[in-house]
Design a protein around this ligand. Structure first.
Ligand SMILES: [Cu+2]
Length: 118
């Protein structure tokens, strides 16, 4: 009975290490995906893509190719990025959900767009 207990503990330890190893590999893969980056581009007032899927906490880079400044401002107030003309800005999405956003400088002219965080 004692031997069996020892074997059981040893087996649990090996399994635990194996699961930990799998977890590490999975984390590394996720970090790699985040490094690849999420991006929004603004051309002639058009946000592209108009639906951007992200994970909560992902960094999103916005590039503005217009002569006018724009913003990417969540309708629910969860994020805001001021993007200078021919410049870039970054934001992170702090909570899950669909976040439609708008430009505070221009009430018309922009296409409807949203960031969907999970
Ligand atoms: Cu604008």
């Amino acid at each position: 009975m004692r031997l069996l207990t020892k074997l059981t503990i040893a087996l649990a330890a090996v399994l635990g290490m194996a699961l930990t190893a799998v977890g590490v590999v999975s984390d590394a893969h996720q970090a790699g995906a985040q490094t690849a980056g999420k991006a929004i581009t603004i051309n002639s007032f058009q946000y592209s893509p108009d639906h951007l899927p992200v994970k909560v906490g992902d960094k999103v880079t916005i590039t503005n190719n217009d002569d006018a400044p724009h913003t990417v401002t969540a309708n629910d107030g969860s994020f805001n990025a001021d993007v200078p003309a021919h410049g870039t800005a970054t934001l992170t999405v702090p909570k899950a959900g669909a976040h439609p956003y708008h430009c505070t400088y221009h009430s018309t002219g922009h296409n409807p767009a949203e960031i969907d965080a999970s």
